[in-house]
Design a binder for this molecule. Structure first.
Ligand code: HEC
Ligand code: HEC
Length: 331
């Protein structure tokens, strides 16, 4: 009996000590939101190459559009307008999300149609609405640039090819992390990092159930959910239905997947000028109120909306270094 009790005590003590012995960060609070990494260890030469390509308009067939035309380096990696102008025409009905922290999403795009960042780049180069290019033409064009070709040869054994172009862009994207938000600092144990309002807002975010969808490192981006779990947002929206409103359904053809989207990250929600995949709303408070109504079936009181807004603001971290560099004037 006495021996059993001793064993239990010993096991408990080991369990409690293990995290600190294994070198894990012991101070991180046990919450459903996790802090973003503080840095990324990427090869600086590759990052620089990817950063150049990200702004290179030769990536588009027309020579008019680069990744940063839509994911703006001077606007938090996202679009300032409701919709981006692509290689051919206006993007009908789908908002450009930020590229910052996109590596922490379990899938890419609103409907999650690709998994990795590399697949995302491959798809974008050939997407008619985005860069409308083809790889053969793109590689031919880039290889004519002797300086660029040499840069690639110095870093990649195979020189400039499809894989190295994709790899450079993805390596750059992996450095895009908005670390050190007030909320993350609080998660890491810095008691005074979070204002009282933000703390109350976080408590409401959990008690109302926002956290059941927006959670993890990216405060979203790790599951699918229907827009309008508790009511038909699309009937009430007062706008024609578009293909982009169908979400996951366009991939699966399952009735249950209509209007199902990847739950977006809220790390940059406080800086959005437009909200939701359809950019149908232009105020954060209204977006919170709509979430209460259509996702939780609740009418949130004004004072709670203000507190949740304060919490969302506390999620804004430092801008990655690339975003303070002057924008290259591309050819
Ligand atoms: C014409 C505007 C435009 C251009 C050019 C463009 N994008 Fe995008 N990007 C978008 C839009 C719009 C979406 C969302 C589309 C969707 O979900 O169907 C998107 C989605 C993404 C995502 C997924 C983010 C997430 O949270 O799901 C990543 C990553 C991304 N783009 C990176 C890039 C890179 C890298 C390039 C250049 C190779 C690029 N984009 C070029 C408009 C653009
Ligand atoms: C059932 C899952 C679910 C719950 C619960 C939920 N959300 Fe959402 N949230 C989503 C989905 C899915 C979207 C994307 C909808 C769209 O774009 O059409 C979204 C979008 C948002 C956006 C817009 C982000 C952007 O980039 O445009 C905000 C802000 C937001 N939610 C905040 C909240 C808040 C605050 C709560 C709690 C009051 C909440 N959400 C509860 C699933 C959920």
């Amino acid at each position: 009996m006495c021996r059993d009790a001793l064993i239990v005590v010993f096991c408990l003590a080991t369990l409690l000590l293990l995290p600190s012995l294994s070198g894990a960060e012991p101070k991180i609070r046990d919450e459903p939101i996790r802090p973003l990494p503080l840095s990324s260890a990427e090869n600086p030469a590759k990052v620089d190459l990817g950063w150049q390509l990200f702004q290179d308009k030769r990536l588009s067939a027309s020579g008019q559009v680069s990744c940063s035309s839509c994911h703006r380096l001077d606007y938090y990696g996202m679009e300032r307008e409701a919709f981006s102008i692509g290689a051919n025409e206006q993007f009908e009905g789908i908002k450009t999300p930020t590229v910052i922290n996109s590596q922490f999403n379990f899938r890419q795009f609103w409907d999650g149609r690709v998994v990795t960042l590399a697949e995302q780049v491959e798809a974008t180069i050939e997407n008619q609405l985005e860069l409308n290019n083809n790889w053969q033409q793109l590689l031919f064009r880039l290889r004519q640039d002797g300086v660029l070709r040499q840069q690639f040869e110095q870093i990649y054994e195979q020189g400039l090819d499809k894989n190295s172009v994709v790899d450079a862009i993805v390596t750059f994207e992996r450095t895009l992390i908005s670390s050190n938000s007030a909320f993350d600092r609080w998660l890491r144990g810095e008691e005074s990092a979070l204002s009282k309002k933000a703390l109350q807002g976080y408590a409401l975010f959990k008690s109302y159930g926002c956290i059941s969808c927006h959670q993890g490192q990216n405060v979203g981006g790790n599951m699918f959910a229907r827009m309008g779990a508790m009511g038909n947002y699309f009937i009430d929206r007062n706008d024609d239905m578009k293909r982009s409103d169908l979400g996951l359904f366009t991939l699966t053809d399952h009735e249950d997947d209509k209007h199902v989207f990847k739950v977006p990250s809220l790390r940059f929600a406080a800086l959005n000028r437009y909200f939701f995949h359809d950019a149908s709303v232009d105020s954060l408070q209204e977006a919170i109120q709509i979430m209460g109504k259509y996702q939780l079936g609740r009418k949130l009181p004004e004072k709670d909306i203000v507190l949740i807004e304060a919490f969302l603001k506390s999620l804004l971290g430092d801008l990655p270094p690339a975003f303070s560099k002057p924008t290259v004037v591309s050819q």
